[in-house]
Design a protein around this ligand. Structure first.
Ligand SMILES: *[C@@H]1O[C@H](CO)[C@@H](O)[C@H](O)[C@H]1NC(C)=O
Ligand SMILES: *[C@@H]1O[C@H](CO)[C@@H](O)[C@H](O)[C@H]1NC(C)=O
Ligand SMILES: *[C@@H]1O[C@H](CO)[C@@H](O)[C@H](O)[C@H]1NC(C)=O
Ligand SMILES: *[C@@H]1O[C@H](CO)[C@@H](O)[C@H](O)[C@H]1NC(C)=O
Ligand SMILES: *[C@@H]1O[C@H](CO)[C@@H](O)[C@H](O)[C@H]1NC(C)=O
Ligand SMILES: *[C@@H]1O[C@H](CO)[C@@H](O)[C@H](O)[C@H]1NC(C)=O
Ligand SMILES: *[C@@H]1O[C@H](CO)[C@@H](O)[C@H](O)[C@H]1NC(C)=O
Ligand SMILES: *[C@@H]1O[C@H](CO)[C@@H](O)[C@H](O)[C@H]1NC(C)=O
Ligand SMILES: *[C@@H]1O[C@H](CO)[C@@H](O)[C@H](O)[C@H]1NC(C)=O
Ligand SMILES: *[C@@H]1O[C@H](CO)[C@@H](O)[C@H](O)[C@H]1NC(C)=O
Ligand SMILES: *[C@@H]1O[C@H](CO)[C@@H](O)[C@H](O)[C@H]1NC(C)=O
Length: 592
């Protein structure tokens, strides 16, 4: 046996028993989240960095790798990182949202351990609490194909990750305060590309001195460009001047390849494009991410502009940006583009073919859920967002942890599967979903803005979307053959999107509006999916470092840190501990 695999076999047995598959390799990361001052739009502001970087460093793994991330919370408030699109099979313990994890208190660290089982593709991580994503803390996740499984296109010459998103010069706390006060956030101050502001393509619209992103490429080469919309709420049109973008993958599934000159990327969505540097190098080219479905004249400044720089480029990019789609009055263009994204059912992904040829269209639906969102409502004098008239209140004790410790009343399993004609309310109400069920979920958007809906722990088949109210006869229009499988779908205002989900992953899984404001105001719930014959094998056990909170707070041990800041040594609820500590410090100072 070669030394390498021997190491990988022995190591996990010693250090990480039972959590992950021992035979698969490990990658380790230390992520320290802290505030830095940055001026992406020319105004100094507080930004959340990961290891001093904004955006954070990439996680690079391969199918079935075990990923270990020790997360250090150097912020002044609770933290959880979530791994958008990572399915955490049988292991919602690592998902990093309030329904699955107790938060990591300030100055604590907590180690996530999960396997990227049977996955490939482009994803990202971000902080899930307290509106923090609006200040940063995000970064890309790349899961490569295993070497034995070829990708369905020639190996690209290079990889480029691009994080785009709307941005405010107010930090997440100020934005949060606005929402708490029932205010709208207003028009964003700009769009960032990889944490940087726009290139000064127009001196009226962009002030001088802003640092912009430059993507360096070589002529004739083809790059895999992975683009993620990590913003708050703005749908963005992404385009690269004079270059075709060949769509190849979205959120873990290879698509039928098609060329686009521009593409709509909604909040929380990830796409891979193959881009060939086949233009002359007489100048650099613009990379643009501009706001969609808005009044262009009011939102002109909300445009991200980066530079594509050929190594033999003869000069800077000049002139106007490539045109955005001119479809203010054509509601169908964007939806048609979305419908055209289809799965390449013959491509191998994490497993060799025929993993793609799952005949989802022939499976009988076991239950239908219609989740309707309305414009903001007032509950108890505050503005709240809802699904089916329920504005979610996160549980104080995570759902599965409460189950295992028999905590009563931690949540209610009464989430309605249809909108009910009743007064909206705030509640800890979740969906009692049936393990191995095959469900149809229709998202009906009666809000005035586009919604991105995301589900953790799963990919779903996006089988249809259309304007107006959904009705049963719309099923005739579903794509039953090559619908794309993904984890984040848009739902246009005044329209519906239908998805099919095979409930094969046990745990409690967050279903939410990825629009950060709507999510913050309660537009989310969970699906609790448990094998009734649970014998300790369908679901993983809670990790040995599991954090306790809520009704189980007393089980939590304090965390001690070597630190020169006495305040940072532990979580800080026990006055006794502080007293002891002060006494100890006094002693130390007496003897030194
Ligand atoms: C990602 O990891 C693989 C090995 O697992 C390596 O071949 C590749 O170069 C890495 N990519 C980046 C961008 O670091
Ligand atoms: C915190 O970090 C230390 C040092 O790396 C590590 O040994 C410990 O397991 C971490 N704590 C948790 C709860 O993951
Ligand atoms: C689908 O994948 C197959 C197998 O890898 C590949 O040969 C083919 O080009 C892909 N088709 C399209 C339309 O992208
Ligand atoms: C810059 O933008 C302003 C406002 O849209 C426009 O009036 C002006 O023509 C633009 N300047 C150039 C050089 O394109
Ligand atoms: C996409 O456009 C490129 C030109 O940049 C062309 O070579 C290629 O054949 C096109 N591919 C498809 C699938 O249309
Ligand atoms: C180079 O390409 C640009 C954009 O495609 C085109 O406008 C320009 O005329 C080309 N210049 C030369 C010298 O071919
Ligand atoms: C866009 O906003 C401008 C300025 O407020 C307004 O005059 C114009 O009518 C708006 N256009 C549309 C299409 O709503
Ligand atoms: C689906 O339901 C139909 C009618 O109820 C039934 O005839 C058929 O056998 C079912 N198909 C599967 C795959 O269970
Ligand atoms: C309204 O808010 C108050 C104060 O936060 C709380 O005590 C009360 O239970 C709430 N009422 C409802 C109906 O949610
Ligand atoms: C949840 O659903 C299961 C069937 O899947 C049922 O047996 C159970 O009673 C339900 N629980 C509640 C609280 O509704
Ligand atoms: C929301 O529903 C109301 C009442 O049915 C309707 O008048 C309105 O047009 C709908 N708005 C959207 C955006 O769907």
């Amino acid at each position: 046996m070669p030394l390498f695999s021997l190491f990988h076999l022995i190591f996990p047995i010693i250090f990480l028993p039972s959590l992950c598959s021992a035979a698969d390799p490990y990658v380790f990361y230390d992520f320290r989240l802290s505030y830095i001052t940055a001026s992406p739009l020319g105004v100094p502001q507080q930004v959340i960095a990961v290891n001093e970087q904004f955006p954070g460093p990439p996680i690079n793994a391969t199918t079935n790798y075990n990923v270990v991330v020790n997360v250090w919370n150097d912020l002044d408030e609770n933290l959880l990182l979530t791994w958008s699109g990572i399915q955490m099979r049988r292991n919602s313990w690592q998902d990093g949202v309030l329904g699955t994890n107790c938060p990591i208190p300030p100055k604590w660290n907590w180690t996530y351990q999960f396997q990227v089982k049977d996955q490939i593709g482009s994803f990202y991580y971000f902080p899930s609490l307290n509106f923090q994503r609006a200040s940063g803390g995000f970064g890309p996740i790349v899961i490569n194909n295993r070497e034995i499984i070829p990708i369905p296109f020639p190996e690209p010459d290079g990889e480029i990750s691009i994080m785009i998103g709307d941005w405010y010069t107010r930090n997440h706390k100020a934005l949060r305060a606005d929402l708490d006060a029932g205010k709208e956030l207003g028009i964003p101050d700009g769009v960032l590309i990889n944490g940087k502001g726009p290139y000064q393509y127009n001196t009226t619209l962009v002030p001088a001195g802003i640092q912009y992103e430059t993507i360096q490429v070589h002529p004739g080469k083809t790059y895999r460009v992975r683009v993620h919309n990590v913003g708050i709420s703005t749908s963005l049109n992404f385009r690269i001047q004079s270059h075709y973008m060949l769509l190849a993958e979205t959120e873990g599934h290879y698509t039928v390849m098609q060329n686009f000159t521009d593409f709509d990327i909604h909040v929380g969505q990830s796409y891979s494009f193959l881009v060939t540097m086949d233009q002359n190098a007489s100048t650099d080219y613009y990379i643009v991410a501009s706001a969609r479905f808005v009044n262009e004249s009011l939102w002109q400044k909300v445009t991200g502009v980066a530079i594509l720089h050929y190594s033999n480029s003869k000069g800077p990019a000049t002139g106007p940006l490539p045109d955005p789609p001119n479809d203010f009055y054509d509601k169908e263009r964007s939806m048609n583009q979305a419908r055209s994204v289809r799965q390449n059912v013959s491509a191998s992904g994490a497993r060799p073919n025929p993993q793609g040829s799952f005949h989802y269209g022939q499976i009988n639906v076991t239950r239908t859920y219609l989740l309707k969102s309305e414009p903001l409502v007032t509950i108890n004098k505050t503005a709240r967002a809802t699904f089916n008239g329920i504005s979610f209140v996160p549980p104080k004790t995570p759902i599965r942890l409460a189950d295992q410790h028999k905590v009563k009343g931690a949540y209610k399993l009464d989430f309605p599967d249809r909108p009910l004609n009743r007064t909206p309310k705030a509640d800890i109400s979740i969906i009692n979903a049936t393990y191995k069920g095959f469900i149809e979920v229709i998202f009906q958007n009666n809000d005035s803005i586009i919604h991105s809906i995301h589900m953790d722990g799963y990919s779903f088949f996006v089988v249809g979307m259309g304007y107006g109210d959904w009705s049963e006869d719309k099923r005739g229009s579903y794509n039953k053959w090559d619908a794309i499988t993904r984890c984040t779908t848009q739902v246009y205002p005044g329209a519906w999107t239908a998805v099919l989900i095979s409930l094969d992953n046990v745990g409690s899984w967050n279903l939410r509006a990825e629009n950060l404001d709507r999510w913050y105001l309660g537009q989310e719930t969970y699906l609790r999916i448990i094998n009734p014959e649970e014998n300790g094998k369908t679901e993983m056990a809670a990790p040995s470092n599991v954090l306790y909170c809520g009704a189980l707070q007393s089980l939590q041990k304090e965390q001690h840190h070597k630190s020169n800041n006495a305040k940072s040594i532990f979580k800080g609820h026990s006055k006794l501990f502080i007293a002891l500590l002060m006494a100890l410090l006094n002693l130390v100072s007496i003897f030194s």
